[in-house]
Design a protein around this ligand. Structure first.
Ligand code: SAH
Ligand code: SF4
Ligand code: F3S
Length: 467
């Protein structure tokens, strides 16, 4: 593995711009996880360096990029639907370039399908080739032929890519790429390649720039941040990295995604407890299932009991800690008894937020070879049962916050006139009255303290406590 620095190629940019009579425009849409969204921001950065402007209107675009996700079949179908809809646009404007990038095109059969059935797609490239976009685009423009690349297994880490961020107060900061865990249902290790960590000095440089620029919420990204540091020259683990970052003074909070329970340590929990000013008292700790036989089949490397012990240690150590999780329902062979174990675990933990998915078969993964006799309708019933139970669990947890004062990062106008909305450190939505004499612009992008006066299932309501 090599670390390389990105250097914009100005001569190449000049030659690309010769193909466009006026400033070219790019429409880019990201379909996947935060990592995928961050890739989209880097792609925008690289294109801005070439001289492109962004547009939200596909009809105005000279280049359309779909930055895709392969994690579930539904995600892929949505992308194919959206690509199909571009056919007309391309017929009207033959000079339009259509690119499909991201995790989906790291599968050979997807590239084949695009080649055979979507002749108006001009360009494909994987998530590890962001820096190559100018070359690929030039190749397409100058040669006229489609440039559909096969999936690649490039392992370089490219530093100093330019970036155009989607927000000026919330930012993503990738600390590692790829995944080595091979959970049996998951396609990510196949499309994102092997796990590799950025060097602490590179992360620190980007982080201090973000803090200087006034970013208030910085989310560290990795498929399993708890295994950060493996393979680096320097001996450093994820808790050490958090310590290092927290030393930087400033008005910000740090979050991170995703923490795999098998590698979450007491040291990590102690580190969170030691830095309440910067580290949110919140853990996204995806459990996936509450049943030991299913966890084993999923290749998750922890038991229900080990998971619950971790939760108990966090409760004991971090005051006011809350949790969120991902759940897969209907994994091949999941019985009614396995499922009831999941329901009981969800009750035991009491998550503030749950992301529930019906198992989706992914070609090439181990779980795809397992018998899966449960009908889809039954899986859908199970997910509905989780949602009903979760509402009952959440209601008293939300009500318990009435009367408290919470730190809220203000994000936008609220749903009702004269209100603003923001999020607590654990993602809970809070809507509050715009204080007299303030405009939304005064407060959006900053922290306020909100006294909570009422609670709904989906959000808390309140008034600014002191300002
Ligand atoms: N690296 C992260 C998750 C990445 S994918 C982690 O380990 O937690 C995000 C979520 O999608 C997973 O947590 C899982 O709940 C869900 N997921 C992944 N593959 C899936 C599949 N084949 N079917 C249904 N859900 C899946
Ligand atoms: Fe997929 Fe597991 Fe890796 Fe997460 S840790 S990306 S679920 S293989
Ligand atoms: Fe999807 Fe790739 Fe992220 S498969 S979830 S966009 S890593």
């Amino acid at each position: 593995m090599e670390y390389i620095n990105y250097h914009p190629d100005l001569e190449l940019a000049r030659r690309i711009l010769e193909y466009y009579p006026t400033t070219p425009r790019v429409y880019l849409r990201s379909f996947g996880c935060q990592q995928n969204v961050n890739d989209g921001e880097l792609l925008r950065g690289v294109l801005a360096g070439v001289g492109f402007e962004g547009t939200e209107d596909q009809a105005q675009a000279d280049l359309i990029i779909f930055n895709t996700c392969a994690v579930r079949e539904h995600a892929e179908q949505r992308v194919f639907g959206n690509i199909g809809a571009l056919k007309k646009l391309k017929a009207k404007n033959p000079r339009l370039t259509i690119a499909v990038c991201g995790c989906m095109v790291q599968q050979k059969e997807v590239v084949e399908k695009l080649r055979a059935s979507y002749p108006f797609v001009d360009l494909t490239f994987g998530p590890n080739e962001i820096d190559q976009l100018p070359q690929l685009l030039f190749q397409k423009l100058s040669g006229g032929r489609r440039v559909l690349s096969d999936p690649n297994d490039r392992t370089d880490i490219v530093e100093e890519l330019p970036v155009v961020r989607g927000s000026d107060f919330k930012a993503f900061l990738p600390i590692m790429y790829g995944c080595d865990n091979f959970c049996s249902y998951c396609i990510v290790p196949y499309v994102r390649g092997r796990e590799r960590s950025r060097r602490p000095k590179d992360i620190l440089r980007e982080f201090s720039t973000l803090v200087q620029q006034g970013y208030k919420e910085i989310t560290l990204l990795g498929q399993n941040v708890n295994s950060y540091g493996k393979g680096l020259e320097e001996k450093v683990d994820f808790s050490d990295l958090l310590e290092m970052l927290c030393r930087l003074p400033g008005d910000y909070i740090l979050r991170f995604m995703t923490s795999h329970p098998k590698d979450a340590t007491h040291k990590l929990i102690d580190t969170i407890a030691a830095h309440p000013e910067h580290l949110a008292p919140h853990l996204h700790l995806p459990v996936q299932s509450g049943s030991d036989p299913i966890l084993k089949e999923m290749n998750r490397h922890y038991t229900r009991q080990q998971y619950l012990e971790l939760i108990a240690y966090a409760r004991k150590t971090i005051p006011g800690v809350t949790f969120s999780s991902d759940i897969i329902v209907g994994f091949p062979g999941e019985t009614a008894e396995d499922f009831s174990q999941t329901l009981s675990l969800l009750k035991e933990v009491g998550y503030m937020q749950l992301f529930t998915f019906i198992y989706s078969k992914r070609g090439g993964t181990r779980a795809a070879t397992l018998p899966d006799p449960t009908p889809y309708e039954e899986k859908a019933d199970r997910i509905a049962a989780i949602q009903r139970q979760q509402e009952n669990i959440l209601e008293p947890m939300m009500k318990a916050r009435i009367g408290s004062v919470q730190r809220v990062l203000v994000e936008s106008a609220g749903r009702t006139e004269g209100t603003l909305a923001g999020r607590m450190v654990d993602n809970t939505l809070v809507q509050f009255t715009l204080p007299q004499g303030k405009t939304p612009a005064d407060l959006i992008g900053s922290f306020v303290r909100v006294a909570i006066t009422d609670a709904r299932l989906s959000m808390l309501l309140g008034e600014v406590a002191d300002q």
